[in-house]
Design a protein. Sequence first.
Length: 132
Amino acid sequence: MSAAGQRVLIVDDASLVRLYYREILERAGFQSDEALNGVEALEKLLLCPADLLIVDINMPKMDGLTFLRTLRAGELAIASIPVLMISTEAGASDILAARTAGANFYLVKPVQPEILIRYLTMLCGPGPGDPP
């Protein structure tokens, strides 16, 4: 599987968290972009769709669950972008809410770099030349 050329939109209101993810992603060969909340993320996705999303739950203007429900309810091609939701919320009800909203995977902060890359690589699917 290959990260090369895969564009990840990081949706989190915390600048240090976005920086942490961006550095990990770029070292692994991903391209990255950032949004501060769900509203900004939707605007960015309409202008330039991403291949993968990392989304926090707790954000101003539009939280991650509302963003994800809005994204999945749309009829545009962006509605099917794979989503890795990462939050400090660790309860079973939080994980269920994220999965119900359309998250592909859910991780609890803090996430170790190798775990983040492992999940994003799974969401990428096989790259050219990789076995099916």
